[in-house]
Design a protein around this ligand. Structure first.
Ligand SMILES: *[C@@H]1O[C@H](CO)[C@@H](O)[C@H](O)[C@H]1NC(C)=O
Ligand SMILES: *[C@@H]1O[C@H](CO)[C@@H](O)[C@H](O)[C@H]1NC(C)=O
Ligand SMILES: *[C@@H]1O[C@H](CO)[C@@H](O)[C@H](O)[C@H]1NC(C)=O
Ligand SMILES: *[C@@H]1O[C@H](CO)[C@@H](O)[C@H](O)[C@H]1NC(C)=O
Ligand SMILES: *[C@@H]1O[C@H](CO)[C@@H](O)[C@H](O)[C@H]1NC(C)=O
Length: 465
């Protein structure tokens, strides 16, 4: 035992302790007995997984209470791991906390040691009846651009409470140790990064230290467990999360046109910002396809829940497969990815794409309702669809380019369902239609669909927009 501890310590002091970034988020599920279950997510990026363990757990995670889940490791480059801390919130105080420590990987803007600070506004909101959820985002440890190409990167910024999100550079000594922003990036308050072609003398790595904040859109009251109340007004900042990563300016690419040397996404890759719904234990498959005529597509790099499985099916086609567990239900989860190609010894990456997957708490296989407020029976109604229990998939197809299209139209190609209910198909058609609608929405159809049971017994599904 002792010798392995010593070996580990020797390895740490012999290594560079290269920090590649960090992202935090705080989210809450719906009320359950005992309060609101919450999850604080700490996303750590270092040059290797062993280093994440060493930095986060000190003498090794085997000797501490801390569990770190590996998301992805790119050998010789970086490793990203997540730590999830669950608790129950009944209305907590505002808290600010953070940490600091080891060394950033070498960077051109002169950031030596890392420091992060976050803020959780834990009171119960008067408008949602739940604790405030922070902005949700994720990012790869390293984003790369060729020095001669204009690139616009929209960071994912999603707020489950519907608040507006603002981005800004980390400021003063509490949010960063040295705060010099990367001079090659322009950050907008809407979390878009603009990189403009620059001299090859600016090539190299930059440390990016941002803060995302959600902002009250109206006056809200926050209630603490002890009964204390306070108000937040339009424009007040609620939660703050740090978003830190490495931005790498690579050597000149022979062309900046996507699809030639830089990979270009193809259908059915979901659009940037796409919202996907699924349920616990239902397998979701996200297909990512890309092409580059003059380079070789080599990899899909992603950041998302640790149990997302990445697979490759040849010729620039990848699948991210995820079966959310019970603990992941009732929450939204960001997933971001890039496709990578090489050309001679250069590495070229696609744009960053991100989606948000919302996992419904209830299994869709057992919808229970008290029925509509009419004189119809109050018996519970169960709907069982004919999907196989573990292999059903939701796949998302959208247009290839990154502009956000009009939503829809959505088509249900075939629906094979078995409905058993104690209510009457003649008298309770509306109630059944409502249940079928909820079931379809749980499969990812938009909230705006309308459902009619036709006299022929068939079903009409329309998108109301
Ligand atoms: C950070 O770098 C300095 C000097 O390069 C080194 O002395 C120190 O041990 C490093 N810190 C960690 C935590 O690795
Ligand atoms: C990137 O954003 C800038 C500034 O908003 C805009 O002028 C430019 O056309 C955009 N470029 C691309 C490639 O989207
Ligand atoms: C640090 O920045 C935050 C956010 O802008 C601000 O609220 C705070 O007062 C600043 N602290 C100091 C010591 O300047
Ligand atoms: C990409 O990199 C791999 C491994 O380094 C190499 O074998 C391959 O030839 C490269 N492909 C191109 C098109 O440069
Ligand atoms: C999901 O699957 C696990 C393992 O089979 C099971 O224990 C759990 O009850 C399931 N959860 C739901 C909501 O179906």
């Amino acid at each position: 035992m002792l010798s392995s501890v010593l070996l580990l310590l020797l390895l740490i002091s012999g290594s560079q302790a290269d920090y590649y970034g960090f992202v935090y988020s705080y989210s809450a599920k719906d009320l359950q007995a005992g309060g609101f279950p919450t999850v604080a997510r700490y996303l750590y990026s270092f040059s290797t997984c062993a280093e994440v363990d060493a930095q986060v757990c000190g003498n090794g995670c085997n000797f501490s209470e801390i569990t770190l889940n590996k998301i992805q490791e790119i050998s010789g480059e970086w490793c990203q791991k997540e730590r999830l801390v669950t608790s129950v919130n009944n209305g907590s105080q505002l808290s600010q906390f953070g940490f600091s420590g080891g060394n950033w990987t070498d960077n051109r803007n002169g950031i030596a040691s890392f420091r992060v600070q976050m803020q959780d506004e834990g009171g119960i909101r008067s408008d949602t009846g739940k604790p405030n959820t922070s902005p949700l985002t994720t990012v790869l440890p390293v984003l790369r651009v060729p020095s001669n190409c204009q690139r616009n990167i929209s960071l994912l910024a999603f707020d489950p409470d519907g608040d507006e999100i603002r981005c800004r550079d980390a400021q003063n000594a509490s949010e960063c140790d040295v705060c010099t922003p990367a001079p090659v990036i322009d950050l907008s308050s809407s979390c878009a990064l603009t990189f403009s072609p620059t001299s090859s003398s600016n090539e190299g790595s930059y440390a990016v230290q941002l803060m995302m904040e959600d902002v009250a859109g109206q006056t809200i009251t926050l209630t603490q467990a002890n009964g204390g109340m306070s108000q937040r007004y339009t424009g007040d900042v609620l939660n703050k999360i740090p978003v830190q990563f490495v931005f790498k300016v690579d050597p000149v690419a022979p062309s900046c046109t996507e699809g030639v040397y830089l990979p270009r996404f193809l259908p059915p890759t979901p659009d940037n910002g796409a919202k996907i719904s699924t349920t616990i234990n239902q397998t979701l498959e996200i297909t990512v396809r890309a092409e580059a005529s003059q380079s070789e597509i080599t990899d899909l790099l992603f950041s998302g829940p640790y149990n997302v499985i990445r697979s490759e099916s040849g010729s620039g086609t990848f699948t991210l497969t995820w079966t959310p567990s019970d603990s992941e239900g009732g929450l939204s989860h960001p997933i971001c990815f890039v496709v990578r190609a090489n050309f001679s010894s250069s590495v070229l990456t696609s744009d960053l794409r991100c989606v948000v997957v919302t996992v419904a708490e209830n299994s869709a296989a057992a919808v229970t309702t008290t029925g509509p407020t009419t004189s119809t029976p109050t018996a519970a109604v169960g709907i069982t669809t004919a999907r196989p229990p573990t292999t059903s998939t939701t796949s998302i197809s959208t247009a290839a380019n990154q502009t956000t299209p009009e939503p829809g139209p959505y088509y249900v190609i075939a629906l094979n369902a078995k409905i058993s209910a104690t209510v009457s198909l003649i008298n309770d058609k509306e109630a059944l239609a409502q249940l079928i609608k909820e079931e379809l929405i749980s499969y990812g159809l938009p909230q705006t669909i309308s459902i009619r049971i036709l006299s022929s017994g068939s079903l009409e599904v329309k998108n109301a927009t």
